[in-house]
Design a protein around this ligand. Structure first.
Ligand code: ADP
Ligand code: MG
Length: 233
């Protein structure tokens, strides 16, 4: 379970987000109301129904992402092998990458130190980053996942895409709730990533070049203390 500090941090962020969510949900609700009024006046057409369904989907997505953050989930940190974790994530995202003409390469040494992590959360982080990478390459391309122990005691995972990139003056905005440049975006993905990596005592860094691509680097402390038996007299 969460520590008291984690709990109060969660409550604070949930409170901040509630206002943003109310705002985000008001927009689709206003347009749904408008279309319902149109239906009443008898001029309705199929496309209006489709628009209403789209707006309802949007509300659903926003609430879904919010619930992932707000819901008290059981957090279990365990020793994990990053190799299987990444394999699972790549399998999960495979359909979406194939549909978008995106190839995913994984570059990883034979011996990668283990880390202590909450498996579901870390998978969520990788999925959010990979989704963004795929969405940044509308004409397809290559995503590289590089895993290495660059610095002793720190496992680095880089996700490198060849997408549209992010303008320099926008980099600092990333991770703020609801910042999105996508028509169907929620702007909650990166914020979730930052918070999860923070709770793993890791770092999260984004570098990008317009029209060249973006690199997201996560580092997580490794478990590589040798086993020292303690003698009890
Ligand atoms: P969403 O994907 O719903 O827009 P995110 O929090 O995942 O929300 O991302 C916020 C914004 O950051 C995106 O809308 C996009 O503008 C930018 N972004 C994130 N990752 C990338 C990337 N790999 N390439 C280009 N832009 C990105
Ligand atoms: Mg996203």
């Amino acid at each position: 379970t969460d520590s008291l500090l984690q709990k109060s941090e969660k409550l604070a962020i949930v409170g901040q987000m509630a206002a943003g969510i109310a705002h985000e949900i008001r927009n689709p609700l206003t347009s749904i109301k408008g279309f319902i009024q149109l239906f009443r006046s008898n001029t309705y057409q199929k496309e209006y129904y489709d628009l209403v369904l789209t707006e309802l989907d949007r509300i659903n997505i926003i609430l879904g992402e919010f619930l992932v953050l707000a819901k008290p989930s059981v957090v279990v940190f365990k020793e994990n092998d990053v190799r299987t974790l990444i394999e699972d994530v790549v399998t999960l995202i495979n359909t979406q990458s194939i549909l978008n003409n995106v190839q995913i390469n994984v570059d990883m040494n034979e011996s990668i130190p283990r880390i202590s992590c909450e498996e579901t959360q870390l998978k969520q982080v990788l999925i959010n980053i990979l989704k963004n990478a795929i969405e940044a390459m509308p004409n397809g391309g290559l995503i590289e996942i590089k895993v290495q122990e660059k610095q002793k005691g720190k496992l680095s995972i880089c996700i490198i895409d060849q997408g549209i990139g992010i303008p320099k003056d926008r980099i600092s905005t990333l991770g703020e709730p609801f910042y999105t440049t996508k028509e169907k975006g929620t702007g909650l993905g990166l914020m979730t990533c930052y918070r999860i990596i923070e709770s793993h005592n890791g770092t999260f860094h984004i570098s990008s070049e317009l029209n060249k691509g973006t690199t997201v680097e996560i580092t997580i402390p490794t478990i590589n203390q040798p086993y020292i038996p303690i003698m009890i007299q």
